[in-house]
Design a protein around this ligand. Structure first.
Ligand code: DQA
Length: 147
C-alpha cells in the first residue's frame, strides 16, 4: 500500500509552534515512528507553506498512491484549489487535524476540503495521522473483499 501524507502551512513548525495545542513533537520525528510502525506501507511525506505546491503534490501523488492523508492546515478552511485538486485525482483522501477544530474559533469549524475527502479525523494530536492510515487500510481492504 502506498500512502501519501501531505501537510500544509506552518505544520513544519509542529513541536515548536503553540505546543499547548499541537504538542512538543516535530512532524519529522513523528513520521519516522510512523514509518517504522508500518514497514509494509510505502510512505511519501510532503510539507509546503505554499498553496500551489500542495496542489502540485496532490496532482502528482493522487495518481500513484492508494490513499492520501492531508492536513492542509489553515487552507483546509477556505482553499477551493486544494478541494478541486483532491476531486481531480483517483486516490481517496482523509482530512486530518491534530487539534479538535470544533472546539476552537468558529472560522475553523468549516472545511472547504471535507466534501472532497472520504472522511475527517480531528482532535487526536499526531495520532490523528495514524488513525487516518488505519481508516484508509480498512477501506481498501473492505473494497478488495467486496470485489
Ligand atoms: C490544524 C488546524 C487548523 O485550523 C490550523 O490552521 C492548523 C493546524 C490542525 O492540525 O489542528 O494549521 O490543521
Amino acid at each position: 500500500m502506498k500512502i501519501s501524507i501531505i501537510n500544509g502551512p506552518n505544520l513544519n513548525l509542529t513541536g515548536k509552534r503553540e505546543p499547548e495545542i499541537y504538542g512538543n513533537q516535530s512532524l519529522e520525528s513523528y513520521f519516522q515512528v510512523l514509518a517504522a510502525a508500518y514497514p509494509d506501507v510505502q510512505f511519501t511525506f510532503f510539507q509546503s507553506n505554499v498553496e500551489g505546491e500542495i496542489v502540485n503534490e496532490i496532482q502528482r501523488a493522487g495518481f500513484e498512491a492508494d490513499g492520501i492523508v492531508i492536513n492542509a492546515g489553515a487552507y483546509s478552511h477556505y482553499s477551493l484549489a486544494i478541494a478541486d485538486a483532491l476531486r481531480a485525482v483517483p486516490a481517496p483522501a482523509v482530512e486530518v487535524h491534530m487539534s479538535n477544530v470544533y472546539q476552537r474559533e468558529s472560522e475553523r469549524h468549516h472545511s472547504a476540503i471535507a466534501p472532497a475527502c472520504v472522511g475527517t479525523i480531528a482532535g487526536f494530536g499526531l495520532d490523528s495521522y495514524r488513525l487516518a492510515i488505519e481508516s484508509i487500510d480498512a477501506m481498501l481492504n473492505a473494497q478488495s473483499e467486496n470485489g
